[in-house]
Design a protein around this ligand. Structure first.
Ligand code: NAD
Length: 485
């Protein structure tokens, strides 16, 4: 059977779909059933070369357009994405297994926000005039050139747009490589951009595994690399980019703390813990997977959490009522099962879940461990699945030291009614993205990214512009120039 998910061809280069059957085959699998829903090919060196050449050529003309013209195209693409939100969300659900209830509000819509926001900003990008007596300096904000974007599998449309929109607004071109696990929706983003008027070659998509990513990163035609992925991949990509002195943005993994004080609103805290652990079946980089609960409300928190988890609707991801879907792949399911076994083995108390669901596809129950201690594997390593670790604490000083005792620094959250404490705790967190009485909001207006091992650079907001452009300073002398001889 041919599914409607089968793309016209594997790659999108120079404004058109392109195939090269010589590339290694990749099966695209619907996580809810395990069925193969599309077959594509990995990019060969010839395809990679075509994409980079197209991007290099197109970038020169694209950068000559005014910011207003570039921005208009991005905003038109945003409008098309919103009009097609339903179809794009269904495709995203096929690709990732995430429930339509989520994809219809968090994927194409978030991509459209980025296109609209950076589209609006394109016309405002400018340099500065710096007066030096009668002499002066002016700065020019220039694009970097060809940017490579490499994506993870949890938010394929969003990642394709979060990288593409600021890159294109600044006058760069892009070659985007989606995750091999979720290759479909980035092709739609490329199609829509061209439909909105983007010149051929400015945004290209090539498919493949890590080797294709590595070939792109090391290619001398590339000026910047933006990766969303795990810390081990980030280390490799950063090192390879450094050899060519390329600019980088690294959006990597986390093991973020969520600190819930006795005085927190219990239901809000439980909502935060649910959003920060079970949305997208826990496959979110910024998840607050170390949930520190102050001893006074620990039992009430666990009771309310268990009760609320009983209301999760686990089932057909296409059903708008379904609120909890499968894991993305068989491999990720096995990895998470391994962590659950480790949790039990190392003495954590399994409060709920922990089992595979008896059905086709890659299904795991929402899982909560209590009495977790800082040294346990499930409290130290990123699991990237629906597994919450609840840890106890007595006081603020103690919990802050423990919350920050991690190599990661992506996100952190605090729930309390004490405003002074909330801000003190946020100030003390060693993390790039912090939340007070909420969790995992990621509006395009706010910078998003990590500190420590979790990353370099920021996506979204005006801050992203700094990572997709560079300043040229031009010194102007009005009078005569003196020299020592
Ligand atoms: P991954 O690191 O395995 O792969 C990410 C991407 O890198 C894929 O496209 C992969 O093909 C590519 N890749 C792998 N090896 C490469 C190499 N040597 N050179 C170039 N590219 C290479 O990550 P994943 O399993 O797809 O995604 C999950 C990870 O992503 C988690 O650690 C999660 O925290 C992280 N993530 C971070 C953010 C963020 O914004 N900080 C967002 C989503 C996911």
């Amino acid at each position: 059977m041919t599914y409607p998910t089968q793309p016209k061809a594997s790659h999108f280069i120079n404004g058109a779909y392109v195939e090269d059957d010589a590339g290694a085959p990749i099966d695209v699998i619907y996580p809810a059933t395990g069925e193969v829903i599309a077959k594509i090919h990995s990019a060969t060196p010839a395809i990679i070369g075509q994409a980079l050449d197209a991007a290099r050529t197109a970038q020169v003309e694209w950068a000559k357009m005014t910011g207003t013209e570039r921005g208009r195209i991005l905003r038109r693409a945003a409008d098309i994405m919103r009009e097609r939100n339903h179809d794009l969300s269904v495709l995203e659900t096929w690709d990732t297994g995430k429930p339509y209830q989520e994809t219809s509000v968090a994927d194409a819509t978030s991509g459209a926000d980025a296109l609209e926001y950076f589209g609006g900003m394109a016309a405002t990008l400018a340099g500065q005039h710096i007066q030096l007596g009668e002499d002066w300096v002016y700065t020019v904000r220039e694009p970097l050139g060809v940017c490579v974007g490499i994506g993870a599998w949890n938010y394929p449309t969003q990642i394709a747009c979060w990288k593409g929109a600021p890159a294109l607004a600044c006058g760069n071109s892009m070659v985007f490589k989606p995750s091999e696990t979720t290759p479909l929706s980035a092709l739609k983003v490329a199609e829509i951009l061209v439909e909105a008027g983007l010149p051929a070659g400015v945004y290209n998509v090539v498919q493949g595994l890590g080797d294709v990513g590595a070939a792109l990163v090391s290619d001398p035609r590339v000026d910047k690399v933006s990766l969303t992925g795990s810390v081990p991949t980030g280390r490799k990509v950063y090192a390879s980019a450094a050899a060519g002195m390329k600019h980088v943005t690294m959006e990597l993994g986390g093991k973020s703390p969520m600190v819930i004080f006795d005085d927190a609103d219990l239901d809000n805290a439980v909502s935060g813990a649910i959003l920060g652990n079970f949305y997208s079946s826990g496959q979110v980089c910024s998840n607050g997977t170390r949930v520190f609960v102050q001893k006074g409300i620990k039992e009430a928190f666990l009771a309310r959490l268990t009760e609320r988890l009983g209301k999760a609707v686990i089932g057909d991801p296409m059903d708008p009522n379904t609120s909890f879907g499968p894991m993305v792949s068989a491999r990720q399911t096995e990895i998470v099962e391994g962590y659950v076994a480790k949790g039990v083995e190392e003495g954590a108390r399994l409060v709920t879940g922990g089992k595979r669901l008896e059905r086709k596809g890659f299904w795991l129950e929402p899982t909560v461990f209590a009495d977790v201690t800082d040294d346990m594997t499930i409290a130290r390593e990123e699991i990237f699945g629906p597994v919450m670790a609840v840890l106890d604490f007595e006081d603020e000083a103690e919990v802050m030291a423990r919350a920050n005792d991690t190599e990661f620094g992506l996100a952190a959250g605090v729930f309390t009614r004490d405003l002074a404490r909330a801000h003190r705790v946020a100030a003390g967190f060693e993390a790039g993205t912090c939340y007070i009485n909420t969790y995992n909001d990621a509006p395009v207006e706010a910078p998003f990214g990590g500190s420590k091992q979790s990353g370099v650079g920021r996506e979204n907001s005006a801050a992203a512009i700094e990572h997709y452009s560079q300043l040229k300073s031009v010194y102007v002398r009005m009078g005569d120039l003196e020299a020592p001889f």
